[in-house]
Design a protein. Structure first.
Length: 135
């Protein structure tokens, strides 16, 4: 239950920052969507991981696999929550309100690249933990 709260809070806060540069409405929409995406991804992937573990000969119950996957997702969400102030700084200081089409496109690309790096970095750390738990 604690991990679920961590995932919801971390992804909600990061979703607010992710959409903030565009508009407050987009921030709220992404903040509501991101926790759903994270939890749904965990549920689907844990099912495939459990089936792969059975085929590979590991004696693991679905509940164990789901718990380990949920722990890894909670760690990734903690990292996202910790990076919210840093990312917010870049969003506030790096997103121009006006400019030429190319300037706006470049700013958008830079922000999306930063978000991609933060999200993938958090995911990598979570997967490293998952690997260590299953080892």
């Amino acid at each position: 239950m604690r991990n679920a709260a961590i995932i919801l809070i971390g992804t909600f806060a990061y979703g607010l920052v992710l959409g903030w540069w565009r508009s407050p409405e987009m921030a709220v929409f992404i903040a509501m969507k991101l926790p759903i995406v994270f939890v749904a991804t965990t549920a689907v992937v844990s099912g495939f991981s459990w089936m792969a573990a059975l085929v590979a000969g590991f004696d693991m119950r679905y509940r164990e696999v789901f718990k380990h996957m949920f722990d890894a997702m909670a760690l990734a969400s903690k990292i996202l929550l910790a990076l919210v102030p840093v990312v917010l700084f870049f969003v506030v200081s790096g997103a121009p309100d006006t400019g030429t089409r190319n300037e706006m496109r470049f700013a958008h690309s830079c922000l999306m690249l930063m978000h991609l790096a933060v999200l993938s970095g958090a995911g990598v750390v979570g997967n490293i933990r998952l690997y260590k738990e299953l080892k």
